[in-house]
Design a protein around this ligand. Structure first.
Ligand SMILES: *Cc1c(COP(=O)(O)O)cnc(C)c1O
Length: 221
């Protein structure tokens, strides 16, 4: 745990109106509780089962963010309470989230994950896929989800210019979608970009939320 880093990062982000999602994957609930006791409430995990079991043992005013790739059969574990799913990367996942939200008599907020990195391993839509998906009528039949923005992960590199270019690309997709398909969507306003290594670049490129793990909790083994 690095409480000093938390306080510094949090202060910097608050001054910029950027929300900090503390990514606690693989870390014990005691670490989460430490930040909770300092007043932090937004935590993120990348596996549904781990998120579910941590949520069960921690105070219920924590808002839980799902940031990792999700298989459809895992949605049910988090559907009753999850605050935001950042990592929606297919229409079928969106359908499943809608179905589970409906069963729980709620609406679930989601971000669409865009593939902006050079690595082929990172999940997400490309611009053509997102346009195709949003231009079909069927998306409007999903009454229990709200698409509130986009998420992306930059290439893992030291090349700042490269990272900046990828975040700018995502921001331009966001602007295009907002002015076309989602122009009546007041809720479409979030850009989830930036992690421990590149959050400062993300802030200057329009992040509204950053997902930071290792700077706060230490390296993962
Ligand atoms: C693990 C993870 C993070 C946080 O990564 P750090 O480099 O430890 O800050 C952010 N986003 C996603 C999707 C992650 O899986």
């Amino acid at each position: 745990m690095n409480i000093k880093a938390y306080q510094q990062i949090n202060e910097k982000l608050q001054a910029q109106n950027v929300k900090l999602i503390a990514i606690s994957k693989t870390k014990p609930v005691s670490d989460i509780k430490t930040l909770y006791d300092l007043g932090h409430r937004a935590f993120g995990e990348n596996r549904a089962k781990e998120l579910q079991s941590k949520a069960q043992t921690l105070p219920n005013d924590i808002e839980w963010h799902m940031v990792g790739h999700m298989q459809s059969n895992k949605v049910k574990h988090v559907a009753p309470f999850v605050k935001l799913i950042h990592s929606v990367d297919s229409y079928s996942l969106l359908q499943e989230i809608n179905k589970r939200a409906n069963q729980n008599k709620r609406t679930i907020d989601v971000l669409l994950q865009m593939h902006i990195a050079e690595e082929s391993s990172k999940y997400g839509f490309n611009s053509n896929e997102i346009h195709d998906m949003l231009s079909t009528e069927k998306i409007e039949t999903l009454q229990n989800i709200r698409i509130v923005g986009l998420m992306g992960m930059a290439t893992f590199t030291d090349d700042e210019a490269q990272i900046r270019k990828e975040f700018q690309h995502l921001h331009s997709i966001f602007t295009t979608l907002k002015s076309s398909f989602l122009k009546d969507e007041d809720n479409f306003k979030e850009l989830s970009i930036g992690m421990s290594g590149d959050y400062e670049i993300a802030i200057t490129e329009g992040a509204t939320m950053v997902r930071i793990g290792s700077l706060l909790f230490g390296a993962r083994s």
